[in-house]
Design a protein around this ligand. Structure first.
Ligand SMILES: C[S@@+](CC[C@H](N)C(=O)[O-])C[C@H]1O[C@@H](n2cnc3c(N)ncnc32)[C@H](O)[C@@H]1O
Length: 292
């Protein structure tokens, strides 16, 4: 991330959620806040799309958009399951314009939600919520952090986060922008801090695409576009060795599938024209039980 600047990829992600919210055939993730959260230039772009079905479908065809819907829906499904078993805390790493805290279903209202994000992105969000008159519920806590230079346990120790309670974490659309060392540090820091059960839903791009991005026709444009806005893809994982990589850090891989497989399971027929990539994976990981 460029110092002092809020995340532009977070805006792009919200743009896709706003497009999805306009499409009645998308039932996978309906985000009523996405449109309001957009910066002016993307609101204008959305307005022009509303008048043109062709360009609307063009954006739905970009696989990035489908991934944005599927990863949030998957994480929220896993979260609901964990809450039924007693999880009371939810950490959203690199939350961006995630609106879960504001559209939280009633059965999850007792969750304590911690949104951790790069300070400039988070400040923008807090300011825009205020401008829009959207009240921040008491159970929502904003925690600024730069994963590259700050420790997660230090940031959380300054909040009401209770390390003894079971915790659910999502980390979506973020790992690709961080070094492997930083990803490792965040996982180890969370694992050291949390003495209760720790579940994390994380997404990652297959390493081969990051290492040889120029070889893949569609991916190279996405790679260049994010690099252009200052948020370059830097790391990915090999699905064949990810489980071992996690085990060495005392995490178990409970589930790992590419976006398209997860979407088929959750009902890809309910997501309009949105297409999905097989390049990006969603994994549900857990801290080793013997370490709890
Ligand atoms: C593509 S957005 C994803 C937002 C959200 N998770 C979602 O799926 O809608 C990337 C997010 O990662 C955050 N991020 C990137 N690098 C970061 C860092 N070094 N420290 C903290 N947050 C970071 C950005 O601020 C942004 O909110």
């Amino acid at each position: 991330m460029l110092l002092h600047l809020d995340s532009q990829t977070a805006n792009v992600v919200t743009f896709f959620r706003a497009i999805a919210a306009l499409n009645p055939s998308n039932q996978l993730l309906v985000d009523p806040y996405a449109q309001q959260f957009l910066p002016k230039y993307l609101k204008l772009a959305l307005l022009s799309l509303r008048r043109s079905t062709i360009s609307h479908q063009f954006f739905e065809n970009i696989k990035l958009g489908g991934g944005v819907l599927i990863r949030a829906r998957y994480a929220e499904e896993c979260l609901k399951e964990r809450v039924l078993s007693g999880t009371k805390q939810y950490i959203i790493l690199g939350a961006g314009w995630d609106s879960f805290a504001f559209r939280c279903p009633s059965e999850l209202e007792e969750l304590e939600i911690f949104e951790l994000d790069f300070p400039a992105t988070q400040q923008k969000k807090i300011k825009r919520l205020k401008t829009l008159g959207i009240a921040v519920p008491n159970n929502v806590h904003f925690v600024p952090i730069d994963f590259e230079s700050e420790q997660i346990h230090v940031a959380l120790s300054q909040t009401s986060f209770d390390p003894n309670l079971d915790t659910f974490v999502t980390w979506q659309g973020v790992t690709y922008y961080l070094t492997e060392e930083t990803i490792e540090q965040v996982l180890l820091s969370l694992s050291d801090l949390c003495s209760g059960r720790l579940d994390i839903v994380i997404d990652y791009i297959e390493q081969k695409y990051i290492k040889q991005w120029w070889r893949y026709q569609h991916f190279r444009w996405i790679y260049l576009a994010v690099a252009f806005i200052g948020e370059r893809f830097v790391s990915g994982f090999d699905p064949n060795t990810f489980s071992d990589w996690l085990s060495e850090r005392k995490f178990t891989l409970k589930e790992d599938h590419n976006y398209r497989t997860i979407a088929d399971r959750l009902g890809s027929e309910n997501m309009g024209h949105f297409r999905l990539s097989v390049r990006t994976h969603l994994a549900h990981i857990q801290k080793f039980e013997e370490d709890i």
